[in-house]
Write a protein that binds this ligand. Structure first.
Ligand code: ADP
Length: 193
């Protein structure tokens, strides 16, 4: 199973990515998590990414693409993966296409998790209190939502045209949303009488 999980900040991608990846037995790869780990360890990549992330902007494509290419080349991705938070720009879509083509594989599905922006801001502000993530302050949250709407939301249309996009309502409990995602990815077989 080769899956992408798309959706605005606060839609619940990270939470759902872990559950869905476990059900399919593939690694969940979150570009945001990899960047945050690098920031925490003060690596060269982390120092560079930090400036963009704390402003709510995207890390430059060359940097992000190279990081994802390295990760997808690891052995655990050979039979499948779930990418959370990548691709987010047209250049990243093109680069991912090239990476997959080199391996002779294709995406099975792109899941778009949807939620309205008031709910997103509410969830992110709550997470700010609970986890203290550096980019969960109100001005940075607003910036992240703007960047998503301008740069990433339009990418869904491309995947819709390819016939691989499925939209899932991200409102409800974690379990409800996970079941909705599983239902669109692995629908119950239809019994024909
Ligand atoms: P969010 O749900 O707010 O988008 P993430 O943890 O997925 O949170 O990402 C946090 C930050 O990491 C983003 O705001 C961005 O700066 C950086 N980032 C993550 N993925 C990408 C990507 N594919 N391209 C560029 N920057 C990214």
């Amino acid at each position: 199973m080769r899956l992408l999980l798309m959706g605005p900040p606060g839609a619940g991608k990270g939470t759902q990515a872990t559950t869905i990846a476990a059900r399919f037995g593939v690694p969940a790869i979150s570009t945001g998590d990899i960047f945050r780990a690098n920031v925490a360890q003060r690596t060269e990549l982390g120092v560079l990414a930090d400036a963009y992330m704390s402003a709510g902007d995207y890390v430059p494509d060359e940097v992000t693409n190279a990081m994802v290419a390295d990760r997808l080349a690891e052995a655990d991705c050979a039979d499948g993966f779930l990418l959370d938070g990548y691709p987010r720009t047209p250049q990243q879509v093109a680069e991912l296409d090239a990476m997959l083509e080199r391996c002779g594989v294709e995406l099975d599905s792109v899941v778009l998790l949807e939620a309205d922006s008031e709910e997103l801001v509410r969830r992110l502000l709550l997470r700010a209190q609970e986890q203290g993530r550096a980019d969960d302050t109100e001005p940075v949250i607003r910036r992240r939502l703007e960047v998503y709407a301008a740069e990433t939301e339009p990418l869904a249309a491309a995947y819709l045209d390819r016939g691989v996009l499925v939209s899932v309502d991200g409102l409800g409990s974690i379990e409800e949303v996970a079941e909705r995602i599983m239902a669109v990815l692995a629908p119950e077989p239809v019994v024909v009488e």
